[in-house]
Every structure is written in structure tokens, then in C-alpha cells.
Design a protein around this ligand. Structure first.
Ligand SMILES: Cc1cc2nc3c(=O)[nH]c(=O)nc-3n(C[C@H](O)[C@H](O)[C@H](O)COP(=O)(O)OP(=O)(O)OC[C@H]3O[C@@H](n4cnc5c(N)ncnc54)[C@H](O)[C@@H]3O)c2cc1C
Length: 430
């Protein structure tokens, strides 16, 4: 091994692998340390991988990467305790290449993606857990893995250790995240034959769908449930803000069991065998509480930097793009032989000019808006369900009377609160 690497990357997730691939391709000496048995071994997600941002970073990935199904349909569903209200988008264009997104399983995908960094010249070492950073005159100069001879030196350390980054805390770039700044998700992988999946979700052979499910799927808490179709399995999960889980005492595992037992969900997974179970945090601090992402000799990327857009279900693509932008800043730092915080602040500049920050800025107030209104996912689905039932049921009641009943249901909603919700929604979405 080199004595002093240009960069040590901690974590072989989408962020770390992208950064290492790009730096190695630019001729830098790069080592990636990953605590898992192999990249992806410990990683969890829904997970939907978007094609266009991935293609921009890994050209031709569709021909090589282990992908599950192209997503040809998106469903949004609201559940009450016994009802389901849904909206589906499907179109011929959406169902043809170039696809918008694919379902992906992290273990095979990350493992494959790490080979791209190796092909570019990075060295990837699994089963190395970084436990601390090395310092000299206030600058980060390497990492320690806790093993004898476990100290490695670098001009720059790229912190890509995911949600709840302990290293970014150690470096003092952020405090411990508050429970309102993270969501906790429980997820299962349920095996089912591919033709069963296609029949249950009315899918063409080999194609997939994504369901985002609100309301009863999270026991009314701020968050959502999801079902994504893989080749021969379903990814099903649910999660909510940690603060609400703590406050209500609801256990996320129980929440998932309850979700799976819902009368609208149980038939979709019936007969399936749970082959994987996991729990994971999603960083949701958002734009308003973003940590500093650079220091003397270090940058923070991906989930470790809180770069997640929970509204649009985007995390991996933002992680990859932040990895690319950090790599660009580090390559420039190497050219000027200056890895100071000032030089590495170029990474934040590049982030600020990118779609990552544009989107995080756009949704910056949504969590606060929705969190302050716990009735949104509790009361509105119930009222809507009542309205639908009244409208649909043919029971001898004249339509005019039904219309009156429906209007009366809407009027029972507190007007001031409804107005406040509408104004709040408009403000937080613009
Ligand atoms: C349930 C769930 C569903 C999701 N669904 C989606 C989705 O559908 N689409 C989407 O785009 N995003 C989704 N996300 C978000 C997405 O998974 C993340 O945004 C993305 O994985 C972030 O990539 P990353 O490389 O920053 O972190 P990670 O993928 O978390 O990778 C961090 C890596 O660092 C390693 N590591 C940690 N600490 C150390 C250490 N001390 N030493 C060495 N290695 C270490 C870990 O083992 C891991 O490999 C989901 C997340 C969850 C939890």
C-alpha cells in the first residue's frame, strides 16, 4: 500500500463508490474501506434506482448492473383501517425504454458497483471498520480501523458512512441528529414467484410497479409504507419520523406487521416467504438543518451529509451526485496541492449549483408543515373514504341526496383548519 493516499473513502455505498471511481479515474490514489463483508452486505433500501442520474455517472449500466424490474407504473395509495383509495399512473411511454427507474437489491448492486471503482483504479477493502480519524494540526490526515497497523494516511478523507454518520460527528461537523431529523424504517423482502407478482399487480412480464402507501400504513404517523416489485420478491416496508415513534411508543416492527395484515395489503403478499428483514434510518434533516460538509482534510457525502429527498424518494442518486461533486473538488485540491477547508469548500459550491440543493431547498419546509399537522394522514383519508363510499354505493338513495351527504361530510371538517392546511401546503410546496 501507498504510504499516503490521495483519498481514503469510508463506506462503499453509492456515495463512496461514486467518489472513489471518479477520483481514481482522474489518476488519484484511492482506497475504500467498507465494514461489511462485501460492499452492499449491510445495506438496506426500498429500493428504486433512477435511470437518468445513474446513466450520467455510470454510462451503460443497464447492460451490466444486476437490476430487478424496470418500473412502468407508480401507484399512490391512502389507507384507512379498512379502506383503500388509490391513484395510478401508467402510460405506454413510461413502459418503454428509456425507463425512468428500476428496482434494485442493494447487496448485488453495491457489489457490482464497487467493481466499477476497482476498474477505475481504486482499491476496495471490505471488512474494515473505520473507528476514528487521525488528526495533525487540526486537519484530518487519515483514519484508524482499530487493528494493529490499522492506521492509514491520506491527503483527504471522504466520509461516506451513511445515515447517522459517527465520523462526521467525531469531526465536529454536526451534533447527534435529533429524533425529528431521521426516520426509522422496517423492511422485509418477501419471496414470490414472478408470475404471481405479475398477476397480483397486473404487470406485463418482467415489468414492475412502485406503490407508496400513506395513512394506516404508518398508523397515521408522518411517513409512508411502500411495496416495490423485484423479479421474484417484493420489497415491503414502512417507517415514520423517529420522534413520532418515540412519542407514540409505536414500534416500527409492529407497524410493519400491522401494515402487512391490512385487508388491502395482505392479499398482495399472501403465500410469500420473508427471506430478509432489516431496519434502517433515513436522514431527514433537510436543507434547513444541513451540516457543514467540508473540513480541513475531509468532506462528507451522501446520507452522512443528510442529502436525502424523502418526498420524491431520492437518496441513492443524490448520494452518487454528491460523490461525483466531492471527487471533482478533491481532484482540484490535488492539482493545487491544497486540501484545506477553504479549498474543499469548493465541494459545497458545486453542491449549491446542483440539482441536489435545488431540490432539497424546494422541499425544505415540508416536514415541518406535515409534522405540525398529525391529522393530515389520519383524518383526511377517513373522510375521503366515507365520501367515496357514499358516492359509489347504489342503495336507492337519490343522487341529489347523496351529493348533499357528501357536501355535509366535507363541511364537518373544521373550516379554519382546512384553510390553514391548504395555505400551508401551498406555501411549503412553492
Ligand atoms: C428503507 C429504505 C428505503 C430506501 N429507498 C430508497 C429508494 O427507493 N430510492 C433511493 O434512491 N433511495 C432510497 N433510500 C435511501 C438510500 O438508501 C440512501 O440515500 C443511499 O443508500 C445513501 O448512500 P450512501 O452511500 O450515502 O450511504 P449507504 O448506502 O448507507 O452506505 C454507507 C456505507 O458505509 C459503510 N460504513 C458505515 N460505517 C462505516 C465505518 N465506520 N467503516 C467502514 N464502513 C462503514 C456501510 O456499511 C455502508 O456500506 C432508502 C433508504 C432506506 C433506509
Amino acid at each position: 500500500m501507498d504510504d499516503v493516499f490521495d483519498a481514503i473513502v469510508v463506506g462503499a455505498g453509492p456515495a463512496g463508490i461514486t467518489a472513489s471511481k471518479e477520483m481514481a479515474a482522474a489518476g488519484l490514489t484511492v482506497v475504500v474501506l467498507e465494514r461489511g463483508q462485501f460492499p452492499g452486505a449491510k445495506n438496506v433500501w426500498g429500493g428504486i434506482l433512477y435511470r437518468e442520474p445513474t446513466e450520467a455517472i455510470v454510462p451503460g449500466f443497464e447492460d451490466e448492473a444486476p437490476l430487478e424490474r424496470p418500473i412502468v407504473e407508480q401507484r399512490y395509495v391512502m389507507l384507512t383501517d379498512d379502506a383503500m383509495i388509490g391513484m395510478t399512473y401508467r402510460s405506454e411511454r413510461f413502459a418503454e425504454p428509456p425507463f425512468n427507474a428500476y428496482t434494485v437489491l442493494r447487496a448485488p448492486f453495491d457489489r457490482w458497483y464497487a467493481t466499477k471503482a476497482e476498474e477505475a483504479g481504486a482499491e476496495v477493502y471490505p471488512e474494515f471498520t473505520v473507528i476514528d480519524l487521525l488528526w495533525e494540526d487540526g486537519a484530518v490526515v487519515g483514519v484508524t480501523t482499530g487493528d494493529p497497523d490499522g492506521e492509514l494516511q491520506a491527503r483527504c478523507v471522504v466520509i461516506a458512512d451513511g445515515a447517522n454518520s459517527l465520523l462526521a460527528q467525531k469531526i465536529g461537523l454536526h451534533r447527534e441528529w435529533a429524533p425529528i431529523e431521521q426516520a426509522l424504517v422496517a423492511k422485509e423482502l418477501i419471496a414470490l414467484p414472478s408470475d404471481t407478482i405479475e398477476a397480483r399487480f397486473a404487470l406485463p412480464a418482467g415489468k414492475g410497479t412502485a406503490l407508496e402507501i400513506f395513512g394506516e400504513s404508518t398508523a397515521g404517523l408522518l411517513g409512508y409504507g411502500f411495496i416495490y416489485t423485484n423479479k421474484e420478491s417484493l420489497s415491503i416496508g414502512t417507517g415514520a419520523l423517529l420522534e413520532d415513534l418515540i412519542e407514540t411508543g409505536i414500534n416500527v416492527n409492529d407497524m410493519l406487521d400491522r401494515f402487512k395484515a391490512h385487508p388491502a395489503i395482505a392479499p398482495l403478499i399472501a403465500g410469500g416467504e420473508t427471506i430478509e428483514y432489516s431496519g434502517h434510518l433515513i436522514p431527514e434533516a433537510g436543507y434547513n438543518r444541513l451540516p457543514q460538509v467540508f473540513a480541513d482534510g475531509a468532506v462528507v457525502i451522501g446520507d452522512a451529509a443528510q442529502l436525502v429527498n424523502p418526498v420524491n424518494r431520492e437518496g441513492a442518486n443524490l448520494a452518487m451526485l454528491s460523490g461525483r461533486l466531492a471527487a471533482r473538488a478533491i481532484v482540484e485540491a490535488k492539482a493545487s496541492d491544497d486540501f484545506s477547508a477553504m479549498a474543499l469548500s469548493r465541494y459545497r459550491e458545486l453542491l449549491d449549483d446542483s440539482v441536489v440543493m435545488a431540490d432539497l431547498h424546494k422541499i425544505r419546509n415540508i416536514t415541518d408543515f406535515a409534522h405540525a399537522r398529525p391529522h393530515l394522514l389520519r383524518d383526511y383519508p377517513r373522510v375521503l373514504s366515507g365520501m367515496f363510499e357514499e358516492y359509489l354505493r347504489v342503495d336507492g338513495v337519490p343522487k341529489k341526496a347523496k351529493q348533499k351527504n357528501i357536501v355535509a361530510m366535507a363541511k364537518r371538517l373544521p373550516k379554519r383548519r382546512l384553510l390553514d392546511d391548504l395555505i400551508g401546503a401551498a406555501r411549503s410546496l412553492t
